[in-house]
Design a protein around this ligand. Structure first.
Ligand SMILES: C[S@@+](CC[C@H](N)C(=O)[O-])C[C@H]1O[C@@H](n2cnc3c(N)ncnc32)[C@H](O)[C@@H]1O
Length: 212
């Protein structure tokens, strides 16, 4: 199966629609949890070339380490225009581009670190997207992800399955993805999975692009 163009267009439209309200909507959870998790996500980043996938409005930008060159992509032009504004405010030289994570317009082995936060819940085909991350990451490089996923136990997991269609329509994000398994399906070599919350819902994942 290839990229679902219709679903991808719908995802783009959803994020274009919520771009203006995104930062405000996320503010409480950002303050309570995400800010400290982002510090951990970016703590092990190696450069010089870093790719941020699904940059959104640029919420990771304050955590970009010195001395690396960041290229950042997103499907939604409206999210990107907010990211462009923030980069300017922060005085960051980020190469921001509109692009689909499922079809990255970069040659193989281009980046030392490929990183994403809360993105593979909404990429229409996460396995195709994760394969792309593996393709553009150098063999000795690393892939670092901060993601939410389906709860590991029932009945919460089943509740997430039932609620998922409504959440996707409202927010663009799937709440029942099996992201760790998706990394394996994409041929990535998982190095570390850190549980950040109860039920294994939020995780920090570090992986290698492929088996050496
Ligand atoms: C929940 S937001 C997270 C944004 C940001 N990473 C953050 O931490 O706040 C998900 C982002 O992924 C982007 N996205 C979804 N599917 C994508 C795809 N196929 N390619 C690139 N970006 C995508 C959305 O446009 C949105 O900006």
């Amino acid at each position: 199966m290839g990229i679902d163009a219709e679903l991808t267009a719908r995802t783009k439209k959803r994020y274009d629609r919520i771009a203006g309200a995104y930062d405000l909507m996320e503010q409480p959870i950002e303050r309570l949890f995400y800010a400290s998790w982002r510090t951990r996500l970016w703590a092990g980043v190696k450069g010089p070339e870093v790719l941020e996938v699904g940059v959104g409005t640029g919420k990771n930008m304050p955590y970009y380490p010195d001395g690396v060159h960041v290229t950042a992509i997103d499907l939604s032009e409206r999210m990107l225009s907010r990211a462009r504004r923030l980069a300017k405010v922060l005085g960051l030289d980020v190469d921001l581009r509109q692009m689909d994570a499922q079809a990255l317009a970069f040659p193989p082995d281009m980046f030392d670190t490929v990183i994403a936060a809360f993105v593979f819940c909404s990429v229409p085909d996460p396995v195709i997207g994760l394969k792309e991350l593996g393709r553009v990451c150098r063999p000795e490089g690393q892939i670092r992800l901060l993601e939410h996923m389906r709860a590991r136990s029932e009945p919460l997991g089943r509740f997430m399955d039932v609620a998922n269609p409504l959440v996707v329509r409202m927010m663009g994000a799937n709440i029942n993805r099996r992201t760790v398994q998706n990394l394996t399906k994409a041929g990535l070599q998982i190095q570390r999975v850190e549980d950040l919350s109860a039920q294994g819902i939020f995780k920090l994942i570090v992986a290698k692009p492929r088996s050496p």
